[in-house]
Design a protein. Sequence first.
Length: 321
Amino acid sequence: MPRAHRVAVLAIDGVYPFELGMPSRILGATEGLYEVLTCSVDGRPVRTSSDFTVAVEHGPELLSTADTVVIAPFAPPPDDAEPIVPELPEPIAEAFRQIRPGTRLVSICTGAFVLAAAGMLDGRPATTHWQAAEPFRRLFPKVDLNPDVLFVDDGDVLTSAGAASGVDLFLHLLRTDHGSEIANRAARRCVVPPWRDGGQAQYIESPVPRTTQDGTAAARQWALAHLHEPLVLADLAEHARMSLRTFARRFTDEVGTSPGRWLTQQRLARARHLLESSDLPIDEIAGEVGFATSTSLRQHLHAAIGVSPLAYRRTFRAARA
């Protein structure tokens, strides 16, 4: 049996307990594919953002043995100062020198500040919690920050937004490493969705006043049941009993993306599920999910994930076998 992929989680003072346990909870739901271990910069107990400390079994030497290193997020200092200065504090820098070249790096939320301060995000796309976007940009102008997404996969460096977006990222890692079947199984065990559509924009506090109407949720639910139909914005607006302009504005405010883009995302999600779980011809799948032709499905899927329907099916049906 091949050696389990070793994941070292680095806990820094002020660490958020929920996110600290996230790699073990998600990756550990795969029956031995990953070995998840936790360390601190000096091997000592770590103060959390709550009213307790955590004892860790390992010091920074663990980082030299890891295939993937995860930087867990931590709370800003009590005076609401920026989470970290542009240069790493020496204890963290010393720990980072233990990481082998080629190790996959992952950050959750404010953990991106550590990667950026280490110079590992210069010239690369990344994300962090939307509330930290302004200080992040000010401290690290060389980073191509996108605060609108749940996570960014840039190959050997991956960053995620706040809190639960770490779940999205680790399920994405599972899907990348071992295919959708294993990722979906882990998601079911953890009682979380295997993926979420939209980005951080749907969670950002907005000054737009809320009304007593039900919003666009019912229209979205209706659209999901009618994806096979040639839906347009007017259909959804009519179902929500709103004008086109009001519906488009409310939809974007609630979901974080436009109605048209959301429909495409839902159709692609349904198509990917059918490609993984059925033997339906590509033409038939296109019709089932509301694309006018198989060519349209191919174009949209390639634009979204860079592969054709046949290539996607070969990859993920093989992963299920």
